[in-house]
Design a protein around this ligand. Structure first.
Ligand code: BDR
Ligand code: CA
Length: 361
């Protein structure tokens, strides 16, 4: 069957992703067109979360990124707790200038699922941070995203590392944000099995309808998958090196990673999988990840597959014609790719970068 794939579709399948068009096939532009000296304005939408905390601290200590706001979404912990954690993290980094805003309190069409087994009762692996010196921003997270998208058109990159509820609410309230946001970089989804279910990754499973809205919005989406996260194992050996330097953020990160390494070892992973920091890494240095441009839908119905990110790896669907008593497959019709799917990461360079940025901080 696949041998009859038209040449045009094959060309899409095997395109080198860094040259793939952002929308459609006509424009040639790089995945992350940031030049080395350019600073990216980012909003981090997050459910902190142990690995969220690592991602936030990486972003706050990376000169390539200018964090304009943090919006929180329930996921790893309930809404009140993730807000508290967001505030404590910016306080730890002495960045009370960054607005931290509360978002949705629950997913769009299902009950909230938190993850106490990995992230502990407080979402931060039960490691206590000092009370925050910073105060919550009174704006509603999705409104803040809309406001900043209009204030800085085509300049904001959204780094979304929790369920996609806030992004979907922003799109529903003001569909024009999809054309005003420069890029959306997500940690979420998988093209080879899930961690919440056999098929679904946790952030997508946490709000599948929201994810489908975000994936189909027509903006540029990069998906840092569970698969690349699995390659980013922070080992005890690396932790020993990281433990030699000190500072409030450095020491907190060491404690968190130490705890999650314990969890990872029980799973047979050999350390902590650094899922959420991969999305920050993709924002600050696009060459760290290798991507493919595919059409991705989120399954919202399946009894076994709800929350699965279904990638069309040939960007084509069969065309079948009714011939009186049966359908006849006559060839392929192209489908428009919509998601840059990260299929590989330079894990060693990424983990070295993480340690370098947080050492002594
Ligand atoms: C994702 O799920 C959460 O538990 C993590 O913070 C990460 O965003 C990994 O599947
Ligand atoms: Ca997260």
């Amino acid at each position: 069957m696949k041998s009859s794939l038209p040449f045009a579709a094959l060309a899409v399948v095997f395109c080198v992703h860094s040259l793939a068009p952002a929308r459609g096939h006509s424009t040639q532009r790089p995945v992350n067109p940031t030049t080395p000296n350019e600073t990216r304005n980012v909003i981090i939408d997050t459910d902190p979360g142990t690995d969220d905390a690592m991602a936030i601290l990486l972003a706050l200590n990376s000169p390539e990124l200018n964090v304009k706001a943090i919006t929180v979404v329930p996921g790893n912990a309930p809404g009140k707790q993730v807000l508290e954690n967001g505030l404590r993290l910016v306080s730890l980094a002495n960045r009370c200038d960054i607005p931290v805003a509360a978002g949705a309190l629950e997913p769009m069409f299902q009950k909230l699922i938190t993850n106490d087994a990995v992230h502990g009762k407080n979402g931060l692996g039960d490691i206590e941070l000092p009370p925050s010196k910073c105060h919550v921003d009174p704006r509603f997270g999705p409104d803040l995203i809309i406001e900043m998208a209009h204030q800085m058109p085509h300049e904001i990159t959204l780094i979304a590392i929790g369920p996609l509820t806030n992004l979907a609410l922003a799109l529903q309230k003001d569909p024009s944000v999809s054309s005003l946001i420069k890029e959306v970089i997500i940690m979420g989804g998988s093209i080879n099995g899930g961690n919440s279910t056999a098929a679904a990754e946790a952030n997508i499973f946490g709000d599948p309808e929201a994810a489908q809205i975000v994936f189909q919005a027509g903006w540029k989406v990069t998906m840092c998958t569970l698969g690349i996260g699995a390659k980013t194992v922070f080992t005890r050996e690396r932790l020993a090196t990281f433990s030699r330097t000190h500072g409030p953020e450095n020491d907190f990160a060491v404690e968190v990673i130490n705890r999650i390494i314990g969890y990872g070892e029980k799973q047979g992973w050999g350390g902590m999988r650094m899922y959420d920091p991969t999305a920050v890494a993709a924002a600050l240095d696009a060459t760290l990840v290798e991507t493919e441009f595919w059409h991705v839908d989120v399954e919202t119905q399946g009894a076994f597959t709800r929350g699965e990110t279904v990638a069309n790896r040939i960007n084509a669907v069969e065309r079948r014609v009714w011939r009186g008593d049966r359908y006849v497959f006559e060839g392929f019709d192209p489908v428009q790719p919509n998601v840059h799917v990260a299929v590989n990461i330079d894990a060693d360079r990424f983990l070295n970068l993480f340690v370098a940025r947080l050492s002594g901080k």
